[in-house]
Write a protein that binds this ligand. Structure first.
Ligand code: ASP
Length: 426
């Protein structure tokens, strides 16, 4: 956090210089692009390096540790129930805040024009990307989960096929002889442990890398654009805070039966990592390590819930998508009835599941949603300037909700195992 604050302060000073001393602009942009960004990338890449081995090993280990497939069904059922609940409540909160404050109605017409002019090209690029996105049919779903070439999918950072493959290896591994199953389990545990150690290396670098990334962001984006959309930003941040410290804290207390203050204290390294990386996938190694070590969630549950959560449980993203669609609708005077907004809630949850856990992944999806609701997709240009900042916040909620889900599901599994002693995990 100190690193982040220092980065922001230096970034703001540099931005002031950028505004006043025009000849210095090239130099400052150069420092931001050629020094600060690559330095931040060292931290990010260390985390990205281990996402694939860690997801594979921890998920396979999770299934192997279930001991028998009989436990997988209830575990998956409970996990998806909490995921769905988290996301639906997130969108509902976002829509409620946006309907109350209505920030889109307060934008000055000149501001809208300026923003569209500034981000028009990026909006078109994002729109082109949205065109490439296939509609989600059964055929596409099979393609998405089981592509013809698993390795190519993994190289492209598609985590869903990797999850399916890890589940298969775990399921098949639990049917081979006891001794071999244990060896496989041991091998997976070693890979997971080695990967977690690499996270510790990355964490040593975190304070400096986070500072560098924040500094670079402020130099390039500046404070003006943030000011113009302050109200929208405040609504989204308010909604996210309400869901994270309201709904999630209530779930921690009432369902997971833990003290919210202790929970948030235990997971603060994860929340800061999610905030600074804007990527659930890059944060995943830290999430797994902290959930097991600080929250005491068993490997079987953490290894199952968290990798799935990093790609599917996008409460912050769902909340954000709902806010953006409503904001653009308000800005362009498109009225969405209550029924339209209920449909929006369902589609937002479904589309958030398909959003990858990487920075900015929801932009093409939101363009698709705009189309579906008759809202001009170029309106996305309005929010592109603040997307990076809000990406940080929504990713924090995405990851926070994953850990809350892991605690809840672990508690439920413990309770059901206590009533059926034959099903205890390895
Ligand atoms: N950056 C988000 C995440 O990794 C996804 C998004 O909403 O763009 O969780």
């Amino acid at each position: 956090m100190w690193g982040m604050a220092a980065g922001l302060a230096i970034g703001l000073l540099a931005r002031l210089l950028w505004t006043w001393a025009v000849p210095l602009r090239g130099f400052l942009e150069g420092v931001s692009r050629e020094a600060l960004d690559p330095f931040g990338q060292i931290f990010l890449r260390l985390l990205f390096f281990i996402v694939v081995p860690l997801v594979f090993a921890s998920l396979t280990l999770g299934v192997l540790q279930l001991g028998s497939l009989e436990r997988l069904g209830p575990l998956a059922g409970k996990t998806f129930l909490v995921f769905g609940f988290n996301m639906a409540v997130g969108v509902a909160i976002g829509l409620a805040v946006m309907n109350t404050v209505r920030p889109g109605k307060r934008l000055a017409p000149e501001t809208k024009r300026e923003l569209i002019a500034q981000y028009g090209a990026q909006a078109q690029a994002a729109e082109a990307k949205a065109e490439e996105r296939p509609r989600l049919t059964f055929r596409q779903l099979v393609e998405m989960l089981m592509p013809r070439n698993l390795l190519r999918a993994v190289v492209d950072f598609q985590i869903l096929p990797l999850i399916v493959f890890a589940l298969l290896v775990g399921a098949a591994g639990s049917q081979i002889g006891e001794r071999r199953r244990e060896s496989l389990q041991e091998a997976m545990a070693i890979i997971a442990e080695v990967s977690t150690r690499i996270v510790r290396f990355a964490m040593l670098l975190a304070p400096y890398a986070v500072g560098a990334m924040m500094c670079s962001l402020v130099i390039r984006v500046g404070a003006d654009i943030l000011r113009a959309l302050l109200l929208f930003v405040a609504c989204v941040l308010g909604g996210i805070a309400l869901h994270l410290f309201g709904t999630m804290a209530a779930l921690v207390k009432l369902v997971a039966r833990r003290r919210p203050a202790e929970f948030f204290k235990a997971v603060r390294a994860v929340l800061v990592t999610a905030f600074s990386t804007s990527s659930s996938s890059a944060t995943l190694p830290t999430t797994i390590a902290v959930t097991q070590e600080n929250l005491g969630v068993r490997t079987g549950t953490a290894g199952f819930v968290l990798p799935l959560g990093a790609t599917m449980n996008m409460s912050g993203t769902a909340l954000y998508e709902g806010c953006v669609i409503l904001f653009i609708a308000q800005a362009f005077d498109v009225n969405l009835s209550l029924w339209n907004q209920i449909t929006l809630l369902v589609f937002t949850v479904l589309s958030a599941v398909a959003v990858a856990g990487i920075p900015g992944a929801s932009i093409p999806v939101m363009i698709g949603l705009c189309r579906g609701f008759g809202i001009p997709p170029e309106g996305i240009a309005l929010i592109l300037g603040v997307d990076r900042l809000l990406d940080m916040a929504r990713t924090t909620l995405n990851v926070g909700a994953d850990m809350v889900t892991a605690c809840i599901v672990d508690r439920w599994m413990l309770a059901s195992e206590a009533s059926r002693p034959g099903l205890s995990p390895g």
